[in-house]
Design a protein around this ligand. Structure first.
Ligand code: B3K
Ligand code: ZN
Length: 855
C-alpha cells in the first residue's frame, strides 16, 4: 500500500549525508537491465549513523560499502544502512525492466529507445539514492547496449570514451563536470536521425548542437534547432548568460508525460515540441516549439546552475524560467499577443485552480505527490510574481538582482527567499511585504471606485483588496500589488500613466490637475494576478477599446464588453425575457475590423471571443445551460453585425503569408460560420487550397461547431491523408473531442478503438480525452452525467498505467464548485468511484481526497 502522507515545507531538514560523486554503469538489455551505482557518500551531520536512501519499483541486487557486502534494511520505498564512517564508497546494483515501465518515470522505453525522466522523483526508480534536489553530485556514466539497435548512447555532459564492449555490444562514457541533483540526470539510447549545428558563444567558445529525432523526421528538426540558437543568443544579450558545456543535445521522444525536460546538456523533449514543417504544424505549434526550446535552454542557469533546495521551492526555477521564456517570445514576436496568451492562462486556468480543491501558494506548504504540483499556479502565477518584481524594480535593477543571485548561489540549491533577497539587496527596494505572494494562495479581488471633483480638478480612485479564503488557507492578508494605470481624455489622449503601489486593504489615490473626468484604464497589462472589480459602462469600455495606449488594455476592454453583454443575456434568460445585444457592442467590434492601424494578430485576439470555460471563471456560480445559450446568441449577433467586414477581412488576408494574418483569416472564417451555412464554401475552398497546416486546421475548426456533411467529408479526407503521422492525427482527435454535436461522446468512445489512439501514449490521451474534458465544456458537463462517467472510466484505466497523466486530466472533474447541485452530485459520485478503487495512486488520491473533503 502506497504511503499517502503529506510532506511539509516546515519540516525541511538539511541532508544528514550527501553524495559528492556517482559512477553509473548501465547494462541495457531489456528485462535484464542492470544498473551499478558507485557513490561517494559523505556524512554531514556527525550525529547521524543511518544512511537512508530512496528507491521505488526496482529490484535490489546487492549493496556494498567500501567493497564489502553491507548490512541493510528495507522499508517501503527506503533502504537504510548503518554506518559509523564519515566518508565511504557505496556500490548498489539494481535490476530494471524498462519495457514494463508504463508510468514514463525513471528508465522506460519510447518506441524502441531507452530514455529517462527523473524530475521530480524518478531517479529512485533507477537506483537507491539520496533523491532530493539539495544533494548535488558529479556524474560519470557508462552505458552499454546492443550496437545495432542502439547506435546512440547519450547522457549528460561530455563524451569521454567509446568502444566495443563485447561482440555486438558497444559502450560509451560521459562525464558531467557540473555537480547536479539527481532529477537532472538523463540517459537516452536508440537509433535516430541527427541534425547538427554549432553556436559560438559571446566568449568565442564553440558549442556543438544536436537534435535527435525519429528516423525519417530530419526535415522536421530545423525549427527546433533555429529556436535553440535564438535562445542561446537571447540569453546572452538580455541576461548576459552564456552556455557552459561543449555540447547541447535535444532528443525528441513520442512517449513523454509533459512538454520537455531540462536535463543538463541533454534535454529530452516530447516530439510535439520539436517536430515541425509547414505542412504538418500550425503557427501555434511553431510558436510552442520556440518557447519550449527556449524554456528548457533557459533552465541551464535558472534551475541547473542554481537549483532548488527542496521541491516546495519549485517556483524558484519554474516561475522564473517561465518569465524568461515569456520575455524571449515577447522580444522576438508580438509583446502584446504573448501577454494576452499569458493572461488567459492565469484567468482561465490559474484562477480556477485557486478557487478549487487544489489551491496552493506558488510555494506550496504541503505535498503528497510532487508531480501534482507542476501547476499553473507554480509555473504561471509564479511567472507573474517574477513579472511584478520586474515591474517594481525596472529592467536594470532586476538584471542587477539576477547578477547578484548568480554571484551568490552558482552551484547551490537554494530557496525562493534567497532569490527575493538578491532582488532586494541589488535594488534597495524593500520586498518584505511583497514576499507574501509566495506564501498566500488565492486570487485577490481588487475593487476600484472612482470620484471626480470637476471644480478642484481632482480625480481619485479608492482601491480595496480582499482575498477570499481558499481550500488550503482560511486567513488572508493584504498584498503588495503593482497597479498599472492610465487616464484617458475624451479625445483619447493620455492624461496620466503610472504604476501605483497598492499595499493596504484600502487605499485612496488622488490625482491633481485633471481637467476633465477621465476614462481609467485599470490594471493595465494585467500588472498583478488579481480580479479587477470596477463597474465600467459600455461607453467607457468602447473608449478603451479605441484609445487605450496599451494593446493589451484594448483587448481586455473588448473581453469585458462582450462578457457584460453575455451575462446580461443570462439574466434576461433567467427572467424569461428576450435576449438582446446593445448596438454599441457590435459597433465597437465592427470598428476593430475596420481599423487598419491595428495589428491583425491583435484583431484576431479580440475576435477570439471568450469561451464558456473562460466565462465561468468570471463568476462564483453558473447555470451552464443559460450561459451556453446566451454566449451562442451574443457570438452570433456580433458575427452577423460584422458579416461584411468579416468577409472583406477574410478575403484581404488570404494571400498574406504571416502568422498574424492567418490567425485573423481563420477567426473570420469561424465567425462567418455562425452567420450562415452558405459560408461553408469558404471553409471547403480554404481546406482544399491550403498550403500549410494552419489553414487546413483553420478550415476544420471553423466547421467544428456542429455536424455537417462538409465537416464529415473534410475530416475523413484529413484522416486518410495523415493516418501515418501521429502528431497530426492528434489534432484530428482533438477536433473530434471538441465538436459541439450531441453525438460527440458516442463518437469519442468509438475513437478509443481507432488505430491512431492509444491509452499508453500521453499525447493521444490528452488530445482525445483531455481535450474533451477541458475544452468541450457543454458536452463534458452534460446533465445526464455521461461525460463524467467517460472521464472516470478513463482515469480508472490510467491509474496504474500512467498515474501522472490520470491525475492531470482529472482537473475539470475536481473543479465542481461553480456548477448546479445536480452536476455537483454527479461529479462527486464519480470522484467517490475513483477513491474507492483498489491500489489508487498517490497522484489521484491527493486530488480526489482534497476535492471530496472540500464539499
Ligand atoms: N522541469 C520539467 C517538468 C518536470 C515535470 C515533472 N512531473 C519541465 C520544465 O518545466 O521545463
Ligand atoms: Zn521549466
Amino acid at each position: 500500500m502506497t504511503t499517502m502522507n503529506a510532506k511539509y515545507l516546515k519540516d525541511y531538514l538539511a541532508p544528514a549525508f550527501t553524495i559528492t560523486h556517482i559512477d553509473l554503469n548501465f547494462h541495457l538489455d531489456g528485462a535484464e537491465t542492470f544498473v551499478t551505482a558507485t557513490s561517494r557518500v559523505v556524512r554531514k551531520d556527525k550525529q547521524s549513523t543511518i544512511l537512508v536512501l530512496d528507491g521505488e519499483g526496482i529490484e535490489l541486487v546487492s549493496v556494498k560499502v567500501a567493497g564489502e557486502e553491507a548490512d541493510y534494511s528495507q522499508q517501503e520505498g527506503k533502504l537504510s544502512i548503518e554506518t559509523q564512517t564519515d566518508e565511504f564508497e557505496l556500490e548498489i546494483v539494481t535490476k530494471l525492466d524498462p519495457e514494463a515501465n508504463s508510468s514514463l518515470e525513471g528508465l522506460y522505453m519510447s518506441d524502441g529507445a531507452y530514455c529517462t525522466q527523473c524530475e521530480a522523483e524518478g531517479f529512485r526508480r533507477i537506483t537507491y539514492f539520496l533523491d532530493r534536489p539539495d544533494v548535488l553530485a558529479v556524474y560519470s556514466v557508462r552505458i552499454e547496449a546492443e550496437a545495432e539497435a542502439f547506435p546512440y548512447l547519450l547522457s549528460n555532459g561530455n563524451l569521454i570514451e567509446k568502444g566495443e564492449a563485447t561482440p555486438g555490444r558497444h559502450y560509451v562514457k560521459w562525464h558531467d563536470p557540473f555537480p547536479k541533483p539527481a532529477y537532472l540526470f538523463a540517459l537516452v539510447a536508440g537509433d535516430f536521425d541527427l541534425l547538427e549545428d554549432e553556436f559560438v558563444t559571446s566568449s568565442q567558445r564553440p558549442v556543438k548542437l544536436q537534435v535527435f529525432v525519429d528516423k525519417g523526421n530530419l526535415h522536421k528538426a530545423h525549427h527546433a534547432m533555429s529556436s535553440l540558437k535564438k535562445s542561446m543568443a537571447w540569453d546572452e544579450s538580455r541576461f548576459d548568460l552564456e552556455y557552459d558545456l561543449d555540447i547541447y543535445m535535444i532528443v525528441a521522444v513520442d512517449f513523454f508525460n509533459m512538454g520537455a525536460m531540462e536535463n543538463k546538456g541533454l534535454n529530452v523533449f516530447n516530439t510535439k515540441y520539436v517536430l515541425a514543417d509547414t505542412s504538418s504544424a500550425t503557427d501555434e505549434d511553431y510558436h510552442g516549439i520556440e518557447s519550449v526550446v527556449g524554456h528548457e535552454y533557459f533552465h541551464n542557469w535558472t534551475g541547473n546552475r542554481v537549483t532548488c533546495r527542496d521541491w516546495f521551492q519549485l517556483s524558484l526555477k519554474e516561475g522564473l524560467t517561465v518569465f524568461r521564456d515569456q520575455e524571449f517570445s515577447s522580444d522576438l514576436g508580438s509583446r502584446a499577443v504573448n501577454r494576452i496568451h499569458a493572461i488567459k492562462v492565469i484567468k482561465n486556468q490559474q484562477f480556477a485552480e485557486d478557487s478549487g480543491p487544489m489551491a496552493h501558494p506558488i510555494r506550496p506548504e504541503s505535498v503528497i505527490e510532487m508531480n501534482n504540483f507542476y501547476t499553473v499556479t507554480v509555473y504561471n502565477k509564479g511567472a507573474e510574481v517574477i513579472r511584478m518584481m520586474h515591474t517594481l524594480l525596472g529592467e536594470d535593477s532586476f538584471q542587477a538582482g539576477m547578477k547578484l543571485y548568480f554571484e551568490r548561489h552558482d552551484g547551490q540549491a537554494v530557496t525562493c527567499d534567497d532569490f527575493a533577497a538578491a532582488m532586494q539587496d541589488a535594488s534597495g527596494i524593500d520586498l518584505t511585504l511583497f514576499k507574501r505572494w509566495y506564501s498566500q494562495s488565492g486570487t485577490p479581488v481588487v475593487t476600484v471606485t472612482e470620484k471626480y471633483d470637476a471644480e478642484a480638478e481632482k480625480y481619485s480612485l479608492l482601491i480595496e483588496q480582499l482575498t477570499p479564503p481558499t481550500a488550503d488557507q482560511a486567513d488572508k492578508q493584504p498584498l503588495h500589488i503593482p497597479f498599472d494605470l492610465e487616464l484617458l481624455a475624451a479625445d483619447g489622449t493620455s492624461m496620466l500613466s503610472k504604476v501605483l503601489d497598492v499595499k493596504e486593504e484600502s487605499q485612496e489615490f488622488t490625482f491633481e490637475n485633471i481637467a476633465q473626468k477621465p476614462v481609467p484604464s485599470l490594471l493595465q497589462n494585467f500588472s498583478a494576478p488579481v480580479k479587477l472589480d470596477f463597474s465600467y459602462s459600455i461607453e467607457q469600455l468602447v473608449h478603451l477599446m479605441r484609445y487605450a495606449g496599451s494593446e493589451v488594455a484594448r483587448w481586455e476592454a473588448s473581453v469585458a464588453l462582450i462578457s457584460q453583454s453575455i451575462w446580461e443575456n443570462v439574466a434576461h434568460l433567467s427572467q424569461n425575457q428576450a435576449m438582446h445585444v446593445d448596438p454599441r457592442v457590435t459597433d465597437a467590434y465592427r470598428g476593430v475590423l475596420l481599423s487598419e492601424k491595428l495589428d491583425p494578430a491583435l484583431v484576431a485576439e479580440i475576435f477570439t471571443l471568450p469561451s464558456v470555460s473562460a466565462l465561468i471563471e468570471q463568476v462564483d456560480s453558473v447555470d451552464l445551460d443559460l450561459l451556453s445559450t446566451a454566449r451562442a446568441y451574443v457570438v452570433e449577433e456580433v458575427a452577423t453585425a460584422c458579416e461584411d467586414e468579416l468577409l472583406s477581412r477574410y478575403r484581404e488576408q488570404a494571400g498574406i503569408g504571416d502568422a498574424g494574418s492567418r490567425a485573423l483569416k481563420n477567426i473570420c472564417l469561424l465567425l462567418l460560420q455562425k452567420v450562415s451555412e452558405e459560408h461553408q464554401v469558404f471553409a471547403r475552398a480554404q481546406y482544399e487550397q491550403a498550403e500549410n497546416m494552419t489553414d487546413s486546421l483553420g478550415a476544420l475548426l471553423a466547421l467544428n461547431g456542429e455536424e455537417s456533411e462538409m465537416r464529415t467529408s473534410l475530416m475523413s479526407d484529413y484522416e486518410t491523408k495523415w493516418s501515418d503521422t501521429p502528431l497530426v492525427m492528434d489534432k484530428w482527435l482533438s477536433l473530434q473531442a471538441t465538436c459541439r454535436s450531441n453525438t460527440c461522446l458516442a463518437q469519442l468512445k468509438k475513437l478509443t478503438e481507432h488505430p491512431s489512439f492509444s491509452f499508453s501514449n500521453p499525447n493521444r490521451v490528452r488530445s482525445l480525452i483531455g481535450a474533451f474534458a477541458a475544452a468541450n465544456t457543454e458536452q463534458f458537463h452534460k446533465i445526464d452525467g455521461s461525460g463524467y462517467a467517460f472521464l472516470t472510466d478513463t482515469i480508472i484505466k490510467l491509474n496504474k498505467l500512467n498515474p501522472q497523466v490520470a491525475a492531470r486530466i482529472i482537473t475539470p472533474l475536481i473543479q465542481f464548485k461553480k456548477f448546479d447541485q445536480a452536476r455537483q452530485s454527479l461529479m462527486k459520485a464519480s470522484l467517490e468511484r475513483i477513491l474507492g478503487m483498489d491500489e489508487l495512486s498517490k497522484d489521484l488520491y491527493e486530488k480526489v481526497s482534497k476535492a471530496l473533503d472540500s464539499k
